[in-house]
Design a protein around this ligand. Sequence first.
Ligand SMILES: Nc1ncnc2c1ncn2[C@@H]1O[C@H](COP(=O)(O)OP(=O)(O)O)[C@@H](O)[C@H]1O
Ligand SMILES: NC(=O)OP(=O)(O)O
Length: 314
Amino acid sequence: MVRRIVVALGGNAILTTDPSAQAQKKALEVTAEQLMPLIEGNDTEMVVTHGNGPQVGNLLLQQLAADSEKNPAMPLDSVGAMTQGEIGFWTAQAFTRAMANHGLSAYPVISAVTQTLVDENDPAFKDATKPIGPFYTEEQLPEIQAQFPEWELMEDAGRGYRRVVPSPKPLEIIEAKAFAPILASGSLLIASGGGGIPVVKDGNGYKGVEAVIDKDFSAAKLAEMVEADELLILTNGGDVFLNYGKPDQVHLDTVSVAQMRTYIDEQRFAKGSMGPKVEAAVSFVERTGKIATITSLDNVENFVKFGSGTKIVP
Ligand SMILES: Nc1ncnc2c1ncn2[C@@H]1O[C@H](COP(=O)(O)OP(=O)(O)O)[C@@H](O)[C@H]1O
Ligand SMILES: NC(=O)OP(=O)(O)O
């Protein structure tokens, strides 16, 4: 039986401390190697998705530094497309190499620039919550705010301050219906990177909107739309804990989706970091009756061998 899995890569899979292209490509080569146990020796179709939060903010900063009349900065949807293309290209090259190293290179890896439908009336457009770009210290805030008076800045999960932009919920991955034949062909597919380019309906077509979609929510929507058997969310840290970081923290192993929904309602998970991942995983399990796992990139081998990780089950 062919198993279909959607894997969402956390920030550290691409960018560690060095934001150069060379370092990000290197990080993705390591990541691709770490993911090989998922497809090696078993009949698995895999879709890989990834974030773009640091990259989309960094690219905007580069554009804002240019002459605004001769070389204007592009809108956020276009910058999202650029980073999706860029990271998708690096990721495709990294997987092509890793798969060849493991004798799995029968078909090309495909990286698609994809759009994600959102609701133009989504309340998120009036309440920016998605952190992008670099972190700033509290001391840097007055200078940044003077330089970019229109920016909203927010504290990001205890790690410093970042620019925040609207992040509407994904309703549909526009291109998803075309993915089944690609996966059936044996190609590994990279899609919906950076959450996908946010678009709204516009007559017979779509138009881009200024936002950045959360890649964990779009991964859940993608997994639902490609009828994946499993959603695997790989984070910087690892499995999910209750009372995270406190002396009485409790590791969550296998949890029913109803129990996890109760924990979400009780606001047991941090807003800017683990909260959206758990919420995305739960929404996938609720809608499909399939399994979602949250764990670390370093744990992929143990996930394959022993099923370790935080599993949310129907
Ligand atoms: N309840 C929790 N259980 C586990 N990790 C948590 C929890 N709450 C917050 N975290 C933090 O969330 C981080 C993962 O979120 P984040 O770094 O935003 O994700 P990403 O890997 O997608 O970039 C972990 O490294 C950990 O530090
Ligand atoms: N788009 C997105 O969610 O990116 P990050 O995961 O990098 O924040």
